[in-house]
Design a protein around this ligand. Structure first.
Ligand SMILES: Cc1cc2nc3c(=O)[nH]c(=O)nc-3n(C[C@H](O)[C@H](O)[C@H](O)COP(=O)(O)OP(=O)(O)OC[C@H]3O[C@@H](n4cnc5c(N)ncnc54)[C@H](O)[C@@H]3O)c2cc1C
Length: 429
């Protein structure tokens, strides 16, 4: 990596007049774009503008170790403060870009909320996503919390200290992780989910059932197939959640975990193609070939469903897309995309996902749900495309390796949990 001394990230308020690369959004993807550019030898100025007041941090612990109090602020940092100085990455926090002017070559100028502006040669949008809010009455009451930012997590952690009854809205990863933390603290926890099972958008039914059983053992109450009508309260504070049938579940804390909405405002103003997220190709190019985007703000070609676009909200995806963007700007061939992977921690359950299961036409169960571990392997047209494993890390590793080589694992053999999956991998012909 090129090392040069530069001004300390936040000492100077004024933006430079011009930069080589402007990265909007100082999260996982934005920081990785900047770091990879330096690793590739890019030697022009790099400016990283982030709206949040904090130095770039990791979000996964916010619903896990930070929320349960076993990790503190220091453990969240994505990079040390010295990193930005040594890599000559000009990081400015607390700076929101409100609009961008662009010319045909992809160069232009970005304008911040405070009126300051900077000209750039290349623009990268790494604006992430925002927590989806609940369009029901009472969603603005005190005690109703989303969980996307460090600020959200700090507020939630503080409220947990005095909460008695918690209602979690949404049985996706973040909702389930939050419920795992609150139930472990002995708080009366209810999860309300519109679909009739957990993780319904991403997981096969047996995995949903497995997780449901474990959370129930921990004392979590589930209301599945249930709509939320309103958050009810008095004196401006949440006191409960009214369900579709009229029943009110008492709560002094309501955690809203109903997904995230890609932040596409700048892209839309620029007239870029946006379809739930900013559409990008494998090289991270938007519909303007010289404007790039990476991370949760994007959608990319679906690996199994031709013509469809897919948004992948994961640390690994943010980093992988960011590396592709950096390579494109530096003029080198982007690396071949690695196998997508993801994880979720819920008390003693470690969920690990390899590949993208969307588009599967068959799945195979492997393992011993009664003993606390299970894997689901997903297939399309007979070929392995993904797996989800709970407490079966060897299955996860084997599938990841197989997918990385374009290999498969015959479904019938895969169901035999006594045979290690690594011994069943069929190399491509
Ligand atoms: C609670 C939680 C738990 C998670 N757990 C996991 C997990 O276990 N495993 C996993 O793989 N992934 C997990 N994720 C997802 C993962 O954290 C994200 O996929 C990843 O952070 C995406 O990085 P990003 O850089 O695209 O977006 P972000 O991290 O959202 O960063 C985008 C940044 O851009 C800023 N920004 C937006 N607009 C502007 C603007 N106009 N001007 C300036 N700045 C702007 C935002 O404020 C934000 O700071 C979790 C996410 C959350 C919220």
């Amino acid at each position: 990596m090129t090392t040069r001394q530069t001004t300390s990230p936040t000492t100077s308020r004024n933006l430079p007049a011009r930069t080589g690369v402007l990265v909007v959004g100082a999260g996982e993807a934005g920081v990785r774009v900047a770091a990879s550019l330096r690793e590739l030898g890019y030697d022009r100025p790099i400016l990283l503008l982030g709206e949040e007041p904090h130095r770039p941090y990791q979000r996964p612990p916010l619903s896990k170790t930070f929320l349960d109090g076993t990790a503190d602020h220091d453990a969240l940092a994505l990079r040390t403060p010295e990193f930005y100085a040594e890599a000559a990455i000009d990081l400015r926090t607390g700076r929101m870009v409100t609009h961008v002017d662009l010319d045909g070559s992809g160069a232009g100028a970005a304008h911040c909320e405070d009126g300051d502006a900077v000209a750039f040669d290349h623009l990268v949008l790494a604006t992430g996503a925002r927590a989806r809010t609940l369009p029901v009455a009472g969603a603005d009451l005190t005690g109703v919390c989303t969980l996307r930012s460090l600020q959200d997590a700090e507020a939630l952690r503080e409220r947990l200290a005095s909460a008695g009854r918690v209602v979690v809205l949404g049985a996706g990863y973040i909702g389930l992780e939050a419920a795992a933390v609150t139930s472990a603290r002995g708080l009366d926890t209810t999860v309300v989910e519109r679909a009739d099972r957990l993780l319904s958008r991403v997981s096969a039914a047996p995995l949903s059932e497995f997780l449901l059983a474990r959370h129930r053992e921990w004392g979590v109450d589930f209301r599945l197939g249930t709509e939320v009508e309103a958050v009810v309260g008095d004196g401006g504070r949440a006191r409960g959640v009214r369900l579709g049938g009229g029943q009110v579940v008492p709560a002094d804390l309501v955690v809203v975990g109903v997904g995230a909405v890609p932040e596409t405002a700048l892209a839309e103003k620029l007239g870029l193609r946006v379809q739930r997220g900013i559409a990008v190709d494998a090289a991270g190019r938007t519909s303007h070939p010289m404007v790039f985007a990476a991370g949760d703000c994007t959608v990319r070609p679906h690996p199994h469903l031709p013509g469809e676009l897919l948004g992948v909200e994961s640390v690994q995806n943010a980093n992988e897309q960011a590396r592709a963007v950096a390579a494109s700007i530096a003029g080198v061939t982007p690396p071949a995309p690695p196998v997508p992977w993801f994880w979720s921690d819920q008390r003693d359950l470690k969920l690990q996902i390899a590949g993208i299961s969307g588009g599967h036409d068959r799945y195979v169960i492997r393992g011993h749900p009664g003993d606390g571990d299970v894997s689901v392997l997903y297939y399309r047209a007979g070929a392995l495309i993904a797996s989800e494993s709970v407490n079966r890390p060897k299955d996860f590793m084997a599938v990841k390796r197989a997918l990385g080589k374009g290999a498969t694992i015959p479904p019938r053999a895969a169901a035999d949990a006594a045979t290690p999956l690594k011994d069943l991998i069929l190399e491509p012909a």
